[in-house]
Design a protein around this ligand. Structure first.
Ligand SMILES: Nc1ncnc2c1ncn2[C@@H]1O[C@H](COP(=O)(O)OP(=O)(O)OP(=O)(O)O)[C@@H](O)[C@H]1O
Length: 257
């Protein structure tokens, strides 16, 4: 079952010559329906996938993992023109951009260091003080979620740890290029985690360039063609055909570069 059924854009009174409204994908959006629990957005660089996902996530009040805030004033403008239709609005889930991930890990590291320091300072003043409790709770919550710490894992490992820790049933997960740090094998691990969460009533909307993630079983694939989002099959995607042809005959491509 999908939580988010559709997105509509109010085309009245939008400044069509300004970013993000000047992007063809936004100009042509109209209504976008989500029919399956997994939607894969595919398109060339710069076609507007991140812009659209950020505006949807911001409108749905999604938790932003790792980023400072729904930054661009510009995507906020787009957010305000969107109308989201829910089956039942879920508060679970998050918005995740691979680009924000390092920031997220560093922030967790800082929170732990600050909490440890606060505990030391309080204990020096009064070794029996209960003031340490909130800091101790923060540390134990982080340890329960992420074990020793995401910062002591490799980029790809910590990324999967995060998903393992934070995916929960009934959530809406909006992911922007989650394949970024993952080896092909670990992308399969991510697919396996997602399959489990789909059985637990989760919905995923994912922008990706990975032909592996695009193969998620029974996903709805929306491909950006000539500035329009259109349903597509896996085998007709350029990402897939080009990768397949390249892997079969790399020399044919490299010869011309
Ligand atoms: N703040 C901004 N001001 C003006 N133009 C912007 C801004 N942010 C992005 N753009 C432009 O909007 C277009 C769409 O960007 P966006 O990041 O949404 O594309 P994308 O499809 O996610 O690309 P990629 O696959 O490379 O991540 C790009 O041409 C980009 O240069």
């Amino acid at each position: 079952m999908v939580h988010l059924k559709s997105v509509h854009i109010n085309q009245d009174r939008i400044p069509v010559n300004e970013y993000p409204f000047n992007l063809p994908i936004i100009k042509n959006l109209g209504s976008l329906a989500f029919h399956k629990q997994v939607t894969i957005l595919v398109g060339d660089n710069g076609t507007g996938k991140s812009t659209l996902l950020e505006a949807i996530a911001s409108n749905s009040e999604s938790i932003l993992i790792g980023g400072e805030a729904f930054d661009s004033e510009l995507s906020v403008k787009l957010r305000d023109q969107l109308k989201l239709v829910w089956r039942i609005k879920t508060r679970k889930g998050f918005f995740f951009r691979a680009n924000d991930f390092n920031h997220f890990i560093n922030r967790l590291k800082d929170i732990k260091a600050e909490s440890r320091q606060a505990i030391r300072d309080i204990k020096e003043r009064d070794s029996n003080s209960l003031e340490v409790m909130p800091y101790a709770r923060t540390l134990s919550d982080l340890e329960r979620l992420y074990g020793q710490g995401l910062e002591v894992r490799s980029h790809g490992e910590s990324f999967l740890d995060l998903f393992q820790a934070r995916l929960q049933p009934d959530g809406l997960y909006i992911l922007d290029e989650p394949e970024a740090p993952l080896s092909p094998l670990k992308q399969l691990t991510l697919i396996s985690m997602m399959k489990e969460m789909v059985q637990n009533n989760c919905q995923f909307i994912i922008a990706t360039h990975s032909p592996i993630l695009m193969a998620f079983p029974d996903a709805e694939i929306l491909s950006i063609q000539d500035g329009m989002l259109q349903q597509a099959t896996y085998d007709e995607l350029e990402h897939v055909t080009l990768t397949r042809d390249f892997l079969n005959h790399p020399e044919r491509f490299l010869r011309h570069l």
